[in-house]
Design a protein around this ligand. Structure first.
Ligand code: ADP
Ligand code: MG
Length: 499
């Protein structure tokens, strides 16, 4: 793209590979003075990689960047900074034990003589904060601030260092709506001062509010560039997911649901989720779907007794159910897979058979002695049913299995002890495609055949399509909507979760 007077930054034909796999296939990006460009795309589309190239954190394999009348074939952090490009990271990179003023001045201490002038530093911080209309005391320690305030301090730091291009990578993922409003005010005042901004978000409703133009990436290529005020949600979602993906629920979705097992009413957990109501029926897979931070994961954990301070009511087989801890939940025949299988789910350096058998020990043991024979037999049986790829050796350590096969062992654990309800948090995170298909088949089959109720929490819309009979969509701690069977399609659920 030819640079015009108002052009700040133009990247052309950027390519980047990691370990031989190309993840950006020749992407362009143009940013003008005082413009906010929203950058959208599903997880893994290449958004962060693209902006890290602009920030000089990654070096592109090919392509060019024009900025300040110069052309670069590669940027590094020093060049990028000299050009006034600053990135506010998803993971904050501030110094919690220093004051706000110190953080704002960090790396650019306000003194020619090499002596730090505390009063100048305070002045400078005050003026940067005032300019942006941010009301935070510069003498406070950054570690005592809320996450939204810390982000604003990081922006003030970039601005007091003459940022011309500000890159924000999913800044609102962890912010409350009041904090988001404040951030938007700051973005608007920066726009008036001519700063160009690249704003990465997964919240579609933010695009029309804060951005001037929107660019969508899909699988490392650009799939849409449009006027942010004119692009419709459907247009954006279609550009994000493409047409080639299976768009509706699997053929048997919603066909095998039986009586209600679990009834959840107005379940709330302070500052995490509120007023969540749904039921779980025998024979079905119910997905709680939401983007990271939606609260879906914590709802699942609550059912398993991990957040006893919750309010609202849960009934299990028509009786009040308020587990104090996971032991109560397990006694009520509820099984659970945590998000972090390595740390919380598996006993990594113990044999697969033992990992599978733990909750069944009371049933296996006779006069206090656990029969290894029963444990091994159970392993061999489930290993065949779930196609667990291993050495077929019950003594093999679970740590030596792939992620997908570990997950199968942990699932069989609950089948073996006759769980009536399974709560599975992100059940296929870090699982390869083949094992993923096996797990989906197993979940659907066992719900149908054994009349158990399976609740999964997931941030992956494809997972919902593949496995769920019903989906409850959550966003920012609230239930947004619910779809069943044939009514489930990925365009609707993505839109609902992005609201
Ligand atoms: P997004 O920010 O849109 O979610 P990313 O830019 O983080 O996407 O990732 C794009 C692709 O590049 C993904 O497949 C991701 O796994 C891969 N990727 C990103 N960073 C690295 C890295 N440092 N090493 C290897 N692969 C990476
Ligand atoms: Mg990213």
């Amino acid at each position: 793209m030819p640079s015009t007077d108002s052009a700040l930054l133009t990247a052309s034909a950027i390519r980047k590979s990691f370990g031989g796999v190309e993840v950006l296939h020749g992407v362009d990006l143009h940013l003008a003075r005082g413009e906010v460009l929203a950058l959208l795309g599903e997880n893994g589309a290449g958004k962060s990689t693209l902006v890290k190239i602009l920030a000089g954190d990654y070096v592109a394999d090919s392509g060019t960047v024009h900025a300040g009348d110069k052309e670069f074939s590669a940027l590094d952090p020093i060049k990028s900074r000299a050009l006034g490009i600053r990135m506010i990271f998803q993971e904050l990179s501030d110094a919690p034990l220093l004051t706000v003023a110190e953080n704002i001045s960090m790396g650019t201490w306000a003194s020619k003589s090499g002596i730090v002038s505390w009063s100048k530093m305070q002045e400078r911080a005050k003026s940067a904060l005032a300019m942006l209309g941010i009301d935070i005391d510069p003498t406070r320690l950054v570690g005592t601030l809320r996450i939204g305030e810390r982000q604003l301090v990081e922006i003030a730091r970039a601005i007091s260092d003459n940022a011309k291009v500000l890159i924000l990578d999913e800044p609102t993922a962890a912010l409350s709506s009041a904090e988001t409003d404040k951030l938007f005010e700051v973005i608007n005042s920066l726009r008036d001062r001519g700063v160009g901004m690249i704003y990465i978000t997964h919240r579609l409703d933010e695009v029309g509010i804060i951005a001037d133009r929107v660019q969508v990436l899909r699988d490392g290529s650009q799939s849409l560039i449009a006027d942010a005020k004119k692009a419709s949600r459907v247009e954006l979602v279609t550009a994000m997911i493409g047409h080639e993906i299976a768009n509706v629920a699997h053929p048997e979705a919603g066909m095998h649901s039986g009586e209600t097992l679990l009834e959840v009413s107005n379940l709330s957990l302070s500052n995490v989720f509120s007023d969540i109501s749904f039921n779980l029926r025998a024979g079905e897979v119910l997905a709680l779907y939401g983007k990271v931070g939606s609260g879906a994961e914590e709802v699942g954990e609550t059912i398993f007794g991990l957040h006893p301070e919750r309010t609202g009511t849960v009934t299990l087989n028509k009786k009040a159910f308020a587990p104090k801890d996971p032991i109560d939940a397990i006694r009520a025949f509820i099984g659970f897979l945590p998000a972090d299988r390595q740390r919380l789910g598996a006993f990594m350096v113990r044999p697969v058979a033992e990992n599978l058998a733990v909750p069944s020990w009371p049933r296996y043991s006779s006069r206090g002695i656990i029969t290894k024979v029963k444990e091994n037999a159970a392993y061999m049986r489930w290993s065949e049913l779930l196609k667990i790829r291993s050495r077929n050796d019950p003594d093999q350590l679970i740590a030596t299995l792939s992620g997908g096969n570990q997950q199968k062992v942990l699932l069989s654990r609950w089948f073996e002890c006759d769980a009536k309800i399974l709560v599975l948090i992100e059940p296929t995170r870090g699982v390869d495609v083949g094992a993923r298909r096996d797990i989906y088949n197993t979940l659907r089959e066992s719900a149908k055949e054994n009349k158990i109720g399976i609740l999964i929490t997931t941030s992956d819309h494809e997972e919902v399509i593949q496995v769920a009979d019903r989906v409850v969509v959550m966003s920012r701690g609230k239930k947004v909507t619910e779809y069943e069977g044939k009514k489930i399609n990925n365009s609707d659920i993505i839109q609902a979760a992005s609201g």
